[in-house]
Design a protein around this ligand. Structure first.
Ligand code: NAP
Length: 281
């Protein structure tokens, strides 16, 4: 081959998971690739647990810059990675992998970043310092949110979950600022909360509605629902009836994708109304 010919190789990234068809990441990344006319591809790959390591190595060999990681690999990828960011280590899961030119794998978790940035996008002067938060749910997203809130100066995080033992594990892992609130007493504990967060799947299309009463919330409380389908949940409608400020989940979904896109495709995407509309269509 003529050594003087330099090929313009497209930037490559993708998402790995099993199942993978539910993932909104390809739609979002390909929307930005097309919007910014970037010579790149973002591809979904159905990868089983048995094939996880070999699939990642193959993507590295093919010249991929990295991938998003979804169910069921978010925890397993930590043991494959050559380095893990502090926030991913604390959460115990990664959703974004960066591959270096030398083939090394760097694991990060951007869910907490997406959560915080979404609130800042909606309420630019929002100050997390010294706030008291109450999180409903103790799954992967609740853990990432609790960790991000502590890093952003929140004074106390209460976690309440239908299955108490899962809340207990998060509290033990994240330290003294994170405590467990009993699911049955949460309707009273809510009076102390400045930030009220639904990180359960309640309220999502096809799931039961959010079942916890919020009528005793402070008048100044901010209610954040990370469920994004529907865009405006019944919890948000109820909070608005109580004249509480609300933030929905779609902006978190979009924001968590930004660090990966920036790194893989060398462009910082702007989150605007067009992006939000396109993703929910
Ligand atoms: P997960 O790990 O499966 O956790 C689900 C949580 O919901 C658990 O705490 C579970 O309680 C609770 N739950 C489910 N059904 C319930 C019910 N009927 N009553 C009470 N609690 C119930 O899920 P995840 O990844 O944390 O995600 C949670 C939700 O957030 C999903 O709807 C997901 O779509 C959404 N999400 C949004 C974003 C975003 O970017 N906006 C990002 C991640 C997730 P138990 O422990 O008792 O089962």
């Amino acid at each position: 081959m003529d050594k003087n010919i330099t090929e313009k190789v497209p930037y490559l990234a993708g998402v790995i998971g099993h199942p993978i068809s539910h993932s909104k990441s390809p739609k979002l990344h390909n929307f930005w690739l097309s919007k910014y006319e970037i010579n790149g591809f973002y591809i979904p790959f159905s990868v089983t647990t048995e094939n996880l390591k070999t699939s990642i190595k193959s993507l590295i060999n093919l010249g991929f810059n990295g991938v998003n990681v979804t169910i069921p690999h978010k925890t397993n990828v930590l043991s494959i990675a050559d380095s893990v960011t502090d926030r991913a280590a604390l959460i115990g899961a990664a959703n974004t992998l960066y591959f270096s030119r030398s083939g090394k794998i760097h694991a990060d978790n951007t869910d907490g970043y997406g959560f915080i940035q979404n609130i800042i996008d909606e309420i630019p002067d929002y100050d997390f310092y010294d706030k008291v938060a109450l999180i409903y749910g103790a799954g992967g997203s609740a853990r990432a949110i609790a960790s991000a809130l502590i890093s952003n100066g929140v004074k106390e995080v209460g976690i309440t979950n239908r299955t108490r033992s899962k809340a207990q594990i998060i509290s033990e892992n994240l330290g003294a600022k994170v405590s467990v609130i009993d699911w049955r007493t949460a309707p009273e504990t809510i009076v102390k909360a400045d930030l009220i967060i639904n990180a359960t799947s309640m309220g999502m299309i096809g799931q039961p509605e959010f079942s916890q009463p919020i009528s005793r919330a402070k008048k100044t409380a901010l209610v954040v629902d990370i469920v994004y389908n529907p865009l405006i949940t019944e919890l948000m409608k109820e909070a608005e009836k109580l004249k509480l400020k609300t933030v929905g989940g779609i902006g978190m979904l979009i924001n968590q994708a930004v660090p990966g896109f920036e790194h893989w495709f060398q462009k910082t995407p702007i989150i605007d109304e067009e992006t939000r509309k396109f993703i929910v269509e």
